[in-house]
Design a binder for this molecule. Sequence first.
Ligand code: AMP
Length: 364
Amino acid sequence: MSAVKTLAAPIPPGGMIGILGGGQLGRMLALAAASLGFKSHVFSDKTDAPAFQVATAKTAAEYTDWTALKTFIEQCDAITFEFENIPAETVEFAAKLAATNPAASALRITQDRIKEKTFVRSLGIGTPAFQTVTSERAAATAFDSLGCAHAVLKTARMGYDGKGQALVGSASEAAHGFALLKQPAILEAYVDFQYEMSVVAARGMNGAFAAYDPPENIHGGGILHRSLVPGRVTEQIAREVKSLTQKIADAFGYVGVLAVEFFVSRDGKLLVNEIAPRVHNSGHWTIEACAVSQFEQHVRAIAGWPLGDPGRHANAVMQNIIGPDANDWAIYAGRGGGLHLYGKSEAKPGRKMGHITTLTPKTH
Ligand code: AMP
């Protein structure tokens, strides 16, 4: 593979940050870039991307439209992405022409649950037990060999927000589930967890590492509903998961913000569920509760700037506003918390339309 571009010096204010992906994460990245004096250019395959509304420049084209991509990249001083299902080839292409972070190598691993879990385990970090599944028969055998009452069948690629997943309770259900998916998958032991949590952290170009306090995350139907900081996360567990996250970020040689999702099992084990090579929904509370939000932190990292202080000055509850709930925007506005609406036109069920963060005095 040909060499990737690196930054010779930090990008000064006025520089152009290129963002691949135009969803709410891209939108909040563009806003944070603006607050540091940068301009932003958003590239999305949708014509009505929420990030277009706040970016300096926009390109709507396919992620494999190499001509449109080249024109976009040549106008940017640094490139990043806001969504892990951007084709890795697109990020590799960008990396040859402009400093692009996180690296495509981290994206390639995290896009594939098999590679991701194998990578995490190679670092000596726990994950739920899993088996790779490529046929109905393999799915049935995997269920029996996992030896648990329930297992989760997940597509190896392109899964997010619980999409492409099914809970199965027998070998025949696992086989049937695979027949519906019709693509490589993993069968993962169902974890009867105490709670779920995540670490949102940044690694700078000089290897500096800064982690936010980990929130407890509450999901419904595979979608994040609420993040509570500190929730049930003790100071000791917070220290442990931050250190595991640093190990992962260092192993990738990562630059930017990443999120590592953990299950805390009934017997107190910390198991990595998933790594997101981007800013993350469970880090939105940092906008109100920290001096430097995850979005500013990411822009700082990819622009070669020093990382900001991830310290938290309050307890926080972040609640997602999902689907038609967004029609109740006036009720949310009345609560007085930090309200963020993403400018999406249609409140389809399951669609993340906004979020609200409420602060209370810091306990620990
Ligand atoms: P994922 O897309 O892998 O992050 O899964 C979405 C959500 O489904 C997780 O946040 C959990 O709430 C649930 N889930 C996924 N895998 C498992 C598992 N092995 N055991 C229990 N719950 C799971």
